[in-house]
Design a protein around this ligand. Structure first.
Ligand code: PGA
Length: 260
């Protein structure tokens, strides 16, 4: 794991944007694995800004989002379809025909999950997978005890995840109970992955992911198996790590090392 610790959230987001921009410049037809959540909002803002100011182009990219709530139509304001449209897609030149999210409103969500996994495979797999992390260590909606060998499927959300996401809905009762999510093994199959965590509320999950045992209790710890995983943290999210001095020696202020 490449652990990059930046002094604050804006610096962490800029660093993440640099990695996304480099990927898209080096590989204009990159297949991007995209994520939602509060952490990603400033990243999408910076990428949209770079599109406007520097001509960073997503025109040839294909995207696959990690997850979608079951039961929400794409035009539901709390759906991840809607989030992606508002936060990113409509601000850049990505081709809507190549933007994919699981179909949360499918008549048969189980079949839709299998179709989604097949679509990722047909696109040649994911070049760069963006990830946030839940306070409970989830990645995508792979909640604690999710199979580390899982592929896209339906997951029941934990009460803690529903409580964390309740702020977007009218009430806890209205917060969806189920989602379609790509699996831990789907995420591990990506060629590169980039997890971003900011804020003190993520510190414990981050420590479990990086320095804890490999365990389905912290699904993000599966990234210990990924050959090219980069973790970008601000100082608050890094605050429970024990080997900070080592990470900062290898990547001072989150910069690349001489051998990257
Ligand atoms: P957040 O969500 O960015 O809103 O904290 C991250 C996640 O749950 O994966």
């Amino acid at each position: 794991m490449k652990v990059l610790i930046l002094r604050n959230e804006p610096a962490a987001i800029e660093r993440a944007a640099d990695i996304v921009a480099r990927t898209v410049r080096d590989l204009p037809a990159a297949v991007l694995g995209l994520a939602t959540g509060g952490t990603m909002l400033p990243l999408y803002q910076v990428l949209a800004q770079r599109h406007r100011d520097e001509g960073l182009s997503f025109a040839k990219t294909t995207s696959f989002n990690l997850d979608e709530y079951i039961g929400l139509a794409p035009d539901h304001p709390c759906s991840y379809h809607y989030y992606m449209q508002e936060a990113f897609f409509r601000h850049v030149d990505i081709d809507p025909a190549r933007c994919h999210l699981p179909k949360g409103d499918a008549a048969d969500p189980r079949a839709a999950s299998g179709d989604y996994e097949a679509l990722i495979e047909a696109a040649g797999g994911i070049d760069l997978q963006l990830l946030g992390i839940g306070q409970n260590g989830h990645i995508g909606f792979n909640e604690p005890t999710a199979s580390l060998g899982s592929r896209t499927r339906i997951k029941t959300l934990t009460t803690s995840t529903r409580r964390a996401n309740q702020r977007y809905f009218a009430s806890f009762e209205e917060t969806p109970r189920y989602a379609i999510t790509t699996g831990v093994a789907t995420i591990l199959a990506s060629r590169k992955c980039l997890l971003i965590a900011t804020g003190a509320a993520k510190a414990e999950a981050v420590a479990n992911m990086i320095e804890g045992p490999l365990s389905a209790v912290c699904p993000a710890s599966a990234l210990q198996l990924h050959p090219r995983a980069t973790i970008i943290l601000d100082a608050a999210a890094a605050s429970a790590l024990k080997l900070t001095e080592y990470y900062e020696t290898v990547h001072p202020q989150g910069r690349d090392s001489a051998f990257d």
